[in-house]
Design a protein around this ligand. Structure first.
Ligand code: F6R
Length: 246
């Protein structure tokens, strides 16, 4: 486990973009696992800038997003499909057919989940998985639970997650109550994982992930067992960590 503590969100985002860009330079046909939310936004901005200025080439890259709300169609501005196209995909030269995001409008979410797992496998697995972390230490939408869910599955979102994500909606009642998310095994099978966290509201979750017991009650704690995981944190998100980890 590597921990990189940066001075602020901007620096965290640059370090993350450097890792993604390096991955694509070394392996142009990389398979990336991607996250939505506020945290990776500036990393995406940086990657777009590297694409536009020095031609970072996404033409052979394949992406798999972690999750999507159930019931939101791709053209709904609150959907993760919409987020990814607006904030990243439209501005780089990735091929549409290489973009995969779980379909939250699928009639049979179980079949959609199986299909998503099979697609990941058919592309040779994920080379580099980017993660954010919830205030309750969720990764993807793997919420605290008494057991880990291995593969892509339907999730009932926690009240804490619904309230945290309500900032993107008109009001809390509009936030979908269910999502489809990759599971912990999907994430653990990624050859490399990079988790990003910034802000003091993530400090407790980061502490649980890095210093707590490995437990499904703090899903990010499983990353302690990953063979190649890096946490890139700003100072505030790292604030609760003991001195020897800083
Ligand atoms: C989103 C995702 C979530 C977020 C987490 C943090 O695709 O998988 O786990 O990474 O909820 O969200 P932000 O970055 O908005 O604080």
């Amino acid at each position: 486990m590597r921990i990189l503590i940066t001075t602020n969100y901007e620096e965290m985002s640059i370090e993350a973009a450097k890792i993604v860009a390096g991955q694509i330079y070394l392996k142009p046909a990389s398979v990336l696992g991607l996250a939505t939310g506020s945290t990776p936004l500036k990393m995406y901005e940086n990657l777009i800038a590297v694409h536009k200025t020095i031609g970072l080439d996404f033409s052979q890259v394949t992406t798999f997003n972690l999750d999507e709300y159930i019931g939101l169609s791709a053209d709904n501005p609150q959907s993760y499909h919409y987020f990814m196209y607006e904030n990243f995909f439209k501005q780089i030269n990735i091929r549409r057919e290489n973009i995969f995001i779980p379909d939250g409008t699928a009639e049979d979410i179980f079949a959609e989940s199986k299909n998503y797992d099979a697609l990941i496998e058919s592309k040779g697995g994920i080379d580099l998985q980017i993660l954010g972390i919830g205030q309750n230490a969720h990764i993807g939408f793997n919420e605290p639970d008494i057991k880990f869910e291995a593969t892509t599955h339907k999730v009932k979102l926690d009240d804490e997650t619904i309230s945290a994500n309500s900032r993107f909606f008109k009001n809390v009642d509009e936030v979908p109550k269910f999502a489809i998310s990759m599971g912990i095994k999907n994430i653990m099978l990624a050859r490399r994982v990079v988790l990003l966290a910034n802000g003091k509201n993530k400090a407790a979750a980061v502490y649980k992930a890095l210093c707590g017991s490995v437990t499904p009650e703090a899903p990010a704690s499983i990353l302690q067992l990953h063979q190649d995981a890096t946490f890139i944190l700003d100072k505030e998100a790292a604030a609760d960590l003991p001195q020897d980890l800083k």
